[in-house]
Design a protein around this ligand. Structure first.
Ligand code: ZN
Length: 281
């Protein structure tokens, strides 16, 4: 197994980027997942530069559930999540769904950063079915099967530090060959919902390939050229890792894992928040 396979940069969309390192968590009061309303950490910036952060839900009914179930048939969890939000969200900042129409509204949701979307989904979940996350786990030491519950209000939240793209530098000799020489610097932007939606089916089957495609969407050389999938496939593991680290360093929002102690042997087990039982049917 390669390093890449052990540490896929993306996995389930609820918490799309996995990082086994510890996270710095803000000590100040974290935003909570409450009654049908909330505020994103980063938010959506429209063409006039206005930032839209607040959001509100309505309850869903049988008709909504049918639509969500239909989306679920696609096998693409990001599409299912988007459908749930399309049905239940009423507004995002000053943008009211009724006024702009569903299609334009979903187009905007696709531009949200994935960590904002995770946060919004957790809020929706808390609103619709309550704040208890349920996990099925097995202790790797003693084999005990564990039913774990965690309240969404106990999830740790990483603050957004205002950074949505960062520069990368590949090692000497690696880079894009141009007539003026090799370009080895560029920028990585934070992934948005549309990125994960597009790569989701690949991601499910082959996380490494999914990561390659994701990197090709978000990495750009200083001359404006995107990094191609072909380039990324030929890139060494070390250099790929560098890009993934830049990508992961921009993470904010819900810390993607919780720690629980085995009730039998006391061993601390790390569970991925994205592995909690789905609330969307
Ligand atoms: Zn145990």
């Amino acid at each position: 197994m390669t390093e890449d396979e052990r540490n896929p940069v993306v996995e389930k969309p609820i918490v799309a980027i996995k990082d086994e390192d510890s996270f710095e968590v803000a000590a100040e009061s974290a935003p909570s997942f409450t009654d049908g309303e909330g505020e994103l950490l980063c938010g959506y910036t429209d063409e006039n530069g206005n930032v839209h952060k607040t959001f509100g839900f309505r309850d869903i009914n049988g008709m909504d559930e049918e639509e969500i179930a239909k989306a679920k048939n696609s096998g693409n969890d990001m599409k299912t999540s988007l459908k749930a939000l399309e049905r239940s969200l009423l507004y995002l900042g000053d943008i009211v769904k009724k006024e702009v129409g569903n299609e334009a509204f979903v187009k905007i949701l696709r531009k949200l950063y994935i960590y904002d979307l995770d946060f919004m989904l957790m809020s929706l979940r808390t609103y619709l079915v309550g704040g208890t996350l349920q996990f099925k786990a097995q202790c790797p030491v003693c084999g005990t099967r564990l039913d774990v519950e965690e309240e969404t209000s106990n999830l740790e939240i990483m603050p957004f530090d205002g950074v949505t793209s960062k520069s990368f530098e590949l090692s000497k000799g690696f880079g894009l060959t141009t007539k003026d020489g090799i370009i080895n610097k560029g920028t990585v932007r934070m992934p948005v919902v549309a990125d994960i939606e597009a790569i989701y089916s690949v991601l499910k089957i082959n996380p490494v390939k999914g990561t390659t495609i994701l990197l090709s969407r978000v990495c750009k050389f200083d001359n404006g050229a995107f990094m191609t999938e072909d380039f990324l496939r030929k890139l060494s593991m070390k250099e790929r890792k560098k890009l993934q680290e830049v990508l992961m360093s921009m993470r904010f929002g819900i810390v993607p894992h919780i720690n629980v102690d085995c009730s039998e042997c006391g061993r601390t087990i790390m569970l991925q928040v994205g592995e909690a039982e789905s609330f969307l049917g």
